[in-house]
Design a binder for this molecule. Structure first.
Ligand code: NAD
Ligand code: TYD
Length: 360
């Protein structure tokens, strides 16, 4: 008798969104074997998964998705029938400084994984032990480019028009995923999500960075005018959407995922100051003067907004958390988990990994 019903490889499971997806799958599907494949870059942290690391249906493997032999071996040795691909370089500012690592992981890494999966799955008729296979590409709304004020939100039919090296690398990866369906018949599915927020996000991204800076009364560097708009979604709502798309999304389908929750950066930052000061017991918005306008990000996209009515209509998904509630929960989490912040920024988690697994 088979020990597990099926085996799913989740790449990038030690990162921000990945750990929420891994946790959801490990808990919700005890009959699935979940293999988390992560290189543990600066953004990957096993401390994000301590609560589930000893579950019998969970395995962590430290590996680089660009390593073809390793990916092929992992797929075949574990009879992997599903891949949920999150591993990526994700910070736009870093992509401006060093685009090459984005091309390596996001483009070549995705292509490597696709090729390894095709080589293993195709000869078996796109099935593993009777289970139909599926490659799920996790992408971003940033591939659609930038909207003006007044433009309609991106739909699944919007043309790709990436501007940053990050979004260009993700767009390229998405095209490769679709090409493996069109050329070889690989069963694929994709989703494009807006900005996520919540626990375990590396504190270089706006929300965790600013909460920490408010706590220590450090400047809050607002790029440009602060008028840029992002749509924000609580990370656990994204994880629930991923679960639905993976299981019920139509093959070759694309699903936009968003919060219908657009905020100008400056307004969001004011909310962060207010909520953080309140929780810290400081006078109302006492730290508003920390806001410091700095030079704009190069090529800074003005506005992202996403129409997620397709996933609502077809799969019944809706964001569950109101933004006010989500932000308060998030601020509390970062304030209560200062040790986590210190840990990820100091690199101590690498030592934790060594002590757990005996090597780096
Ligand atoms: P993250 O930067 O927090 O985590 C990325 C993870 O990938 C890390 O654990 C890292 O160690 C791992 N990784 C990087 N390079 C690797 C490699 N070569 N081999 C194996 N593992 C590697 O990212 P995130 O914010 O959790 O984003 C996850 C995915 O979701 C990405 O594909 C991203 O493009 C997409 N996405 C993110 C957002 C967002 O708001 N954060 C929104 C939409 C889509
Ligand atoms: P970020 O969290 O980096 O996500 P993304 O660039 O993928 O949307 O940034 C969110 C917005 O906040 C974006 O418009 C850039 C802006 N921003 C700042 O103004 N200051 C900062 O220090 C950072 C990190 C971001």
């Amino acid at each position: 008798m088979k020990k597990f019903e099926r085996t799913i490889m989740i790449t990038g499971g030690a990162g921000f969104i990945g750990n929420h997806v891994v946790r959801l799958f490990v808990r919700k599907y005890p009959d699935y074997h979940i293999i988390n494949v992560d290189k543990l870059t600066y953004a990957g942290n096993l401390a994000n998964l301590r609560d589930i690391e000893n579950q019998p249906n969970y395995t962590f493997v430290k590996a680089d998705i660009c390593d073809y032999e390793n990916m092929s071996r992992l797929l075949a040795e574990n009879n992997v029938d599903g891949i949920i691909h999150l591993a990526a370089e994700t910070h736009v500012d870093r992509s401006i400084k060093d685009p090459f690592v984005f091309a390596r992981t996001n483009v070549m890494g995705t292509l490597t994984l696709l090729h390894a999966a095709k080589t293993y799955w195709e000869p078996q008729g796109w099935k593993v032990e009777g289970n139909p296979v599926r490659f799920y590409q996790i992408s971003t709304d940033e591939v659609y480019g930038s909207l003006s004020f007044g433009d309609k939100p991106f739909t699944e039919k919007s043309k790709y028009d990436p501007h940053s090296p990050y979004s260009a690398s993700k767009a390229s990866a998405d095209h490769f995923v679709r090409s493996f369906h069109d050329t070889f018949g690989m069963p694929v599915v994709l989703s494009n999500c807006s900005n996520n927020y919540g626990p375990y996000q590396f504190p270089e991204k706006l929300i965790p960075l600013f909460i920490n800076n408010i706590r220590y009364r450090k400047p809050l560097p607002v790029y440009g005018s602060g008028e840029n708009v992002r749509d924000w979604l609580y990370v656990e709502d994204h994880a629930r959407a991923i679960d639905l798309v993976f299981h019920k999304g139509e093959t070759y389908g694309t699903y936009n995922i968003g919060g219908f929750n657009e905020w100008k950066n400056i307004d969001l930052i004011k909310v962060l100051v207010k909520v953080t000061d309140k929780i810290l017991g400081r006078p109302e918005s006492a730290d508003i003067d920390l806001i410091t306008y700095v030079s704009d990000r190069k090529g800074h996209d003005l506005r992202y907004a996403i129409d997620s009515s397709k996933i609502t209509k077809e799969l019944g998904w809706m964001p569950s958390l109101q933004f006010e509630e989500g932000i308060e929960k998030t601020v509390r989490w970062y304030l209560d988990n200062q040790d986590w912040l210190d840990n990820v920024t100091s690199g101590d988690y690498q030592l934790y990994y060594e002590s757990m697994y005996g090597h780096r």
